[in-house]
Design a binder for this molecule. Structure first.
Ligand SMILES: Cc1cc2nc3c(=O)[nH]c(=O)nc-3n(C[C@H](O)[C@H](O)[C@H](O)COP(=O)(O)O)c2cc1C
Length: 391
């Protein structure tokens, strides 16, 4: 069964040489929003490790969609380095995808227009308080429509610079996920209230994006199985949204969970590197806040292998479209189990940060399991020169 993971798979016109995806892990390798040689090398190295599809993290669909000023947003000024990146991945025998995102209210971007981050509703933005962005503003209907067009533009732009697929981020508490979450989306119009209304913008994004990229180009979606807190988006909601996305012609769903502003370690599990997070924080007030209250505010979740499997299986039973399993893939046995449960592809984060040759070594039998110990210091490293394993 493990050999199936090493067989090819097709998404529209894109042929992937195996079932493995390097999932988006924010690299922290842009200089004032411009992709660096370090980012190019990181993804080329991932492709050299035999991964079929490597995902560049956090491509904001407009300047205000960045959580902070240093993230990239997709615009003409960065065509050249992105072309170099996709060329380098192709030369290394892989394919490249980019995660298209808008942060919504979860922002500390001081350059934001109007001095208020946008979201479905006005909410307290604890992440941005120390940057003077304490509250979000509810988007107007015009801003909602423009956002769908911005995703479509960003997807077409990505295709033109050589990406082979795009991944629309609908999870982890970013804008589209904020629309899906009842506790955050308090709108009284047809974008809030019922699940049907809450999924309206995500579906409009898919429709506009398909319209922009044409029929051949794969669109993947990262969707939450659960937000991981009471009052959030649940597995029951997730199944319904998965069905709607299937109907809308999405090519594959990557099933994750958690909310960056509330349950950030639900999506990773394992240790919370409070000390390292404190050290990399540049804002002194925030630094003091993390050091003093971090361990009381940030909830810890124990790591287990394939930790999203029980929830992901519920979606597997409800839809036919290709599903990508993500979360805690660290061993040969774990890969075997995922294939047995009829997931089509497997996405990995930390096992590849730890060792980009992980899947080659599993294939040739030289290792059975990753030595990543889920210390999660890689999370702090994103802001300390670029994501890497410290082990
Ligand atoms: C350092 C780091 C950065 C991450 N950045 C992102 C991101 O930019 N976008 C995203 O969707 N998920 C992000 N994640 C979550 C991963 O994509 C993945 O869902 C999670 O790590 C679970 O997979 P794993 O157990 O294979 O690491 C990040 C995870 C880590 C460890």
């Amino acid at each position: 069964m493990i050999s199936k993971a090493y067989t090819s798979f097709q998404l529209r016109s894109l042929v992937l040489k195996n079932r493995f995806i390097k999932t988006a892990t924010y690299e922290g390798m842009c200089d004032n929003g411009r992709p660096t040689q370090q980012l190019i090398d990181f993804h080329a190295r991932t492709a050299q490790g035999g991964i079929a599809l490597t995902t560049v993290a956090y491509g904001a669909v407009n300047p205000d969609g960045r959580t902070h000023e240093h993230q990239m947003y997709l615009h003409q000024g960065i065509v050249e380095p992105l072309k170099e990146l996709t060329d380098a991945v192709h030369r290394a025998g892989g394919k490249a995808s980019i995660q298209l995102t808008h942060c919504g209210f979860f922002s500390r971007n001081k350059n934001i227009r109007g001095n208020k981050p946008l979201g479905p509703s006005k909410v307290l933005n604890t992440y941005g308080i120390m940057s003077g962005l304490a509250f979000s503003r509810a988007m107007t209907n015009g801003e909602i429509s423009q956002t769908a067009l911005d995703f479509a533009y960003a997807a077409d732009f990505s295709r033109n610079v050589g990406f082979d697929a795009v991944e629309i981020h609908m999870g982890h508490g970013y804008l589209l996920s904020q629309f899906l979450t009842p506790q955050i989306n308090k709108r009284k119009d047809n974008y809030g209230g019922s699940l049907e209304n809450r999924m309206r913008l995500p579906l409009e994004v898919i429709a506009e994006t398909r319209n922009a990229v044409g029929e051949d180009f794969p669109i993947l979606v990262k969707l939450n199985l659960s937000d991981g807190f009471k009052g959030g988006f649940t597995i029951v909601d997730s199944i319904e949204v998965a069905k709607a996305l299937e109907y809308a012609g999405v090519d594959a769903l990557i099933l994750s969970g958690g909310y960056t502003s509330k349950t950030p370690f639900y999506l990773m599990r394992g240790d919370i590197p409070i000390w390292d997070m404190t050290k990399v924080e540049k804002n002194w007030l925030q630094k003091i806040a993390i050091a003093s209250f971090g361990r009381f505010i940030i909830r810890k979740y124990d790591f287990t292998e394939n930790f999203f499997m029980p929830l992901a299986l519920q979606v597997r039973k409800a839809v036919q479209l290709p599903l990508v399993y993500v979360g805690g893939v660290v061993s040969r046995q774990g890969i075997e189990d995922i294939m047995k449960e009829k997931f089509d592809m497997i996405a990995l984060g930390r096992a590849l940060i730890h060792d980009p040759d992980f899947i080659l070594k599993i294939q040739d039998g030289s290792i059975q399991k990753s030595e990543c110990n889920q210390c999660n210091i890689c999370v702090a490293e994103m802001d300390r020169g670029g994501v890497r394993c410290v082990l």
